[in-house]
Design a protein around this ligand. Structure first.
Ligand code: SR1
Ligand code: MG
Length: 399
């Protein structure tokens, strides 16, 4: 069994040659390290012609963007590969294909997606993909329904919950989403002129109670196998195509968390657009983003309900009134978690290019302030929103 070692580019090429069934393995000659996330090494393996053929990803034993002072479990590579494979069983068209993985080396080999683009980069440039929202809703419905109690036998579901226990990665989310922004913490980062705005988060009793309830549900509601970090930097996009990557935060949690973080990233872009594009283009792009949010929810809801009617295996959950009631609760959860994503990406440690790349300092701060206000309003409103149109109306009101 291979002992863990950190890969060099040469190791990554050698590994890709050995672990995928190539006719022309010797054609793989170069590796470019392209990891731009917070955690891992990512090598794109390239052939003689400079064509990218496959991706080798390795988990480091620490948080890459911080360094060795923040150690992190290598088991996340197993969880990532197994989550992606489980999701792929039910939504192969929107899940990156894992060709090989080795839990000891914390390495996986994945299909190359370099013909596609990272969605966040496209959103920052104001590029629009009309099919993306519907495809994201489809991905959410199919991955979440088929890993839930609606579909799985109760014994199988419980075994899956155990298999996907992911305490260290969940702890990162528990801290970064639900603790840090609501207290003074050295990891927090925000413009100093927003100190008063951020202090209001710490001192708002109703908000703190709502955030505690969201965290409690994140701890305790093992509803489905989540992606766990479904932001627009974890989604590749192209004409007619959408593929999700990076599932190392996968675990059994509340369905509204995946739906809410995905929508939250569309809203982070909505808040940043005024600083990213000229006024008229920004206004048009903001309308498209609201349309995207509505379509993600509608597509998710429609497909989940259809699957529930056609395929629910449990006798009680199959009762016709139950799935619509459950989805009401998922909408409320999603809006709450969406709000926490807006706040943790602006006040907390892990930021997004949709806001950070705004060049003008005053405009950047104004956009960040808007995201914080919107996040807070959504967390407070979440239990009272019964329909997606009401959700959109509240975004228009507070965003
Ligand atoms: C310490 S990791 C910070 C963030 O990066 C990842 O992509 C997750 O979003 C995590 O919250
Ligand atoms: Mg990631």
């Amino acid at each position: 069994m291979a002992q863990y070692r950190t890969f060099t580019a040469a190791d990554a090429i050698q590994y890709a040659r050995q672990h995928v069934g190539w006719d022309d393995a010797s054609a793989l000659v170069d590796a470019q390290e392209v990891g731009d996330g917070n955690l891992n090494l990512v090598f794109r393996i390239v052939d003689h012609q400079g064509v990218s053929r496959v991706v080798v990803k390795q988990a480091l034993p620490y948080v890459r963007c911080v360094g060795e002072s923040w150690p992190l479990t290598l088991d996340r590579a197993r969880l990532e590969a197994e989550t992606l494979r489980a999701h792929s069983q039910h939504c192969a068209e929107h899940t990156v294909k894992i060709l090989h993985h080795d839990p000891q080396l914390a390495v996986m080999v994945m299909e190359d997606l370099s013909s596609l683009h990272i969605w966040r980069r496209e959103l920052v440039q104001g590029r629009y993909y009309p099919q993306a929202a519907a495809q994201l809703g489809h991905y959410l419905a199919h991955t979440l329904f088929h890993t839930s109690d609606f579909w799985l036998h109760p014994h199988e579901k419980k075994a899956q919950v155990v298999r996907f226990i992911n305490p260290e990665m969940c702890e990162i989310t528990e801290d970064l989403f639900f603790n840090d922004p609501y207290q003074k913490h050295q990891r927090n980062r925000y413009p100093s002129e927003l100190e008063d705005t951020v202090a209001l988060l710490r001192n708002d009793d109703q908000l703190r109670t709502a955030v505690a309830a969201l965290k409690h549900r994140f701890f305790s509601q093992a509803e489905a196998l989540l992606h766990g970090d479904l932001h627009s930097g974890s989604i590749f996009i192209g004409e007619g195509q959408l593929k999700v990557i990076d599932a190392e935060f996968g675990f059994y949690g509340p369905i509204g968390f995946d739906v809410g973080t995905a929508i939250g990233n569309l809203l982070l872009n909505y808040c940043g657009l005024a600083g990213l594009l000229p006024p008229r283009e920004a206004a048009e792009a903001r309308e498209l983003r609201l349309q995207d949010v509505k379509i993600v929810w509608r597509q998710f809801e429609h497909q989940f309900l259809t699957l529930a009617v056609e395929k629910t295996n449990d006798d009680a959950l199959a009762w016709s009134g139950y799935a619509p009631l459950f989805l009401q609760k998922v909408l409320a959860d999603a809006i709450g978690y969406c709000g926490t994503e807006l706040i943790r990406r602006t006040v907390g440690m892990a930021h997004v290019a949709d806001l950070d790349t705004i060049r003008d300092d005053a405009m950047r701060s104004a956009c960040i302030a808007q995201a914080i206000h919107l996040g807070k309003a959504l967390i407070l409103a979440a239990p009272h929103v019964a329909h997606v149109n009401d959700f959109i109306a509240r975004i228009r009101q507070y965003g």
